[in-house]
Write a protein that binds this ligand. Structure first.
Ligand SMILES: CC(C)(COP(=O)(O)OP(=O)(O)OC[C@H]1O[C@@H](n2cnc3c(N)ncnc32)[C@H](O)[C@@H]1OP(=O)(O)O)[C@@H](O)C(=O)NCCC(=O)NCCS
Length: 492
């Protein structure tokens, strides 16, 4: 999750003449290269290792092999007939039992919250762990059509304690030109005491069995680590909102003196949003947001959810305190007509330990007027959710431009380029305003993945590339690789 400085990337060594100051620049460039290379080589190393890995479980499942080149989209296996679907749950090891988790029940939701709080995803250095609020978990697991049977828990038979969990929710997923009813699998979590005992495959098989029972045979899931075989890989990007806190918690590199002053000034945001007519989404906006979103995703992405009903939009997008924020742009010239929307959600991370340097300084007594480093328990992170804006513009090329193009194909490319430029301008303003709103809500950092059209604004809005990646997987559905910019599916 930690942030790497993006500003180091510019430049081309061959343009650097040989004088002392330029030589220093060259050294800086090489250092910058060294910062980037470990990340690139880590991905390459993971891929090389994965090609040789043996997957006792995944080799038995309908997913492509890591070495396989997928050339055509479609299901791997046909649907199972009811007789082919196992009726009874898989057998658990002694002392454990299956138990549906009722997230509407205050006791169950607290137990699930606590299981995730103590045992869910950590970063590679175990400095941070996701800290989903109970209200967030309810939002994530209770969309229209959800089923309690897909909120699969495992309890200790003796103590009744919740020891493991996996969830599914239904989602219509579009993979290029096909819409497939799928299960969106999430929140796979084992208590730390149950790791490395091959329990995860049982949870996956059990939720699959339950999904099969209602006639769904495909699933979508995301994992940070490499498994057979991702359909896409997206890098995390981070936009600092509260630089001092991010440094104090070890989330980002510590700076001092003029470098810190520069960072604070570069990252400062205005107090108010810039787009006239931007306001929080209300009930009456649901229909227009649905149209904007579906149209945007279908125009721009190859892997996307399809929001078929207003109820789904109301669930996912109407603002919920502390969970999801959605802002629409109500066109001031045509009041009531929405032109865009943008949304983000809150997913804090618990701070498990600070960096070594901070550990040392924290244990020292402050000297004189030296600033006291604050201890923080959480990093408040906002994550970009969906957005939508106009994508069709009536662009007319001038006669001069047409002459330069010299043919229809190039003219079409130029029109596309101009369209993209307009989308880019709008997204910079829209997500820029989302940053202002998130900053006013006291978030410390605003994260997004390198997906959808996010590459259009990350540089302008001062996001930096992180060292984490999220991989997208499909179960029982072969799909040719999807570029990160064509991923239109946000998983919580
Ligand atoms: C992820 C987690 C459930 C895996 O548990 P584990 O004890 O390491 O793994 P098990 O011994 O039970 O099972 C190993 C098998 O599960 C697979 N597996 C591990 N994590 C997986 C994941 N996130 N998704 C799918 N499969 C996974 C392994 O690849 C392996 O199968 P293989 O032999 O075919 O490669 C556990 O580490 C955990 O709870 N981590 C914290 C939460 C987390 O990271 N959740 C995943 C979010 S995507």
């Amino acid at each position: 999750m930690s942030e790497k400085n993006a500003e180091n990337q510019a430049g081309n060594a061959s343009q650097v003449p040989f004088d002392a100051s330029k030589l220093r620049e060259l050294i800086k460039l090489m250092e910058a290269q060294a910062v980037q290379d470990p990340i690139m080589s880590r991905l390459e190393r993971e891929e090389a290792e994965e090609k040789k890995a043996v997957h006792e479980f995944w080799s038995t499942q309908p997913v492509p092999k890591s070495v396989e080149m997928v050339e055509k989209d479609g299901p791997l296996h046909p649907p199972l007939s009811p007789e082919q679907i196992r009726q009874e749950p898989y057998e658990l090891s002694a002392g454990l039992k299956w138990s549906d988790v009722d997230v509407e029940d205050s006791g169950d939701i607290k137990e699930l919250h606590d299981l995730l709080l103590e045992n869910y995803v950590e970063d590679a250095d175990s400095m941070f762990r996701f800290n989903y609020s109970a209200e967030f978990i309810r939002w994530a697991l209770m969309p229209p059509g959800f089923s309690k049977q897909w909120h699969v828990g495992v309890r200790d038979e003796e103590t009744g304690e919740l020891m493991a969990f996996i969830s599914g929710i239904p989602v219509d997923t579009m993979v290029r030109d096909k819409v497939v009813r799928m299960a969106e699998i999430n929140f796979l979590c084992l208590h730390k005491s149950l790791r490395s005992q091959r329990l995860a495959p049982l949870l996956i098989k059990e939720v699959t069995r339950r999904v099969h029972k209602v006639g769904i045979f495909q699933a979508i899931y995301t994992v940070g680590r490499l498994l057979p075989k991702p359909v896409s890989t997206c890098r995390y990007f981070h936009r600092t909102l509260n630089p001092r806190k991010l440094m104090d918690t070890g989330f980002s590199q510590k700076l001092e003196g003029p470098q810190l002053a520069k960072l604070l000034s570069v990252m400062r945001l205005p107090a108010n949003a810039s787009i006239p007519g931007l306001r929080p989404m209300r009930k009456g906006d649901v229909g227009q947001v649905r149209k904007l979103l579906n149209r945007y995703l279908k125009n721009r992405a190859e892997l996307l959810p399809v929001f078929s009903t207003d109820a789904e939009i109301a669930h996912w997008f109407l603002p919920r305190e502390g969970v999801i924020w959605t802002y629409v742009v109500d066109d001031p010239e045509h009041p009531g007509k929405l032109t865009d929307f943008v949304s983000f959600y809150s997913l804090p991370s618990s701070v498990l330990r600070t960096t070594r340097a901070q550990g040392k300084s924290a244990s020292k007594k402050p000297v004189g007027n030296a600033p006291v480093r604050k201890q923080h328990t959480t990093v408040n992170a906002a994550y970009l959710f969906y957005y939508g804006t106009r994508t069709e513009f009536e662009i007319k090329l001038s006669d001069e431009e047409k002459a330069v193009c010299g043919g229809k194909k190039k003219e079409k490319a130029l029109v596309k380029e101009k369209e993209n430029e307009l989308v880019k301008q709008r997204l910079c303003a829209l997500v820029g305003d989302a940053l202002v709103m998130a900053n006013n809500e006291k978030f410390d950092v605003f994260n997004c993945l390198e997906m959808m059209d996010n590459a259009m604004f990350t540089k302008e809005l001062k996001f930096g590339p992180g060292d984490g990646h999220l991989r997208y997987y499909l179960f029982n559905y072969l799909a040719r690789p999807v570029e990160a910019s064509k991923i239109g599916f946000v998983m919580l």
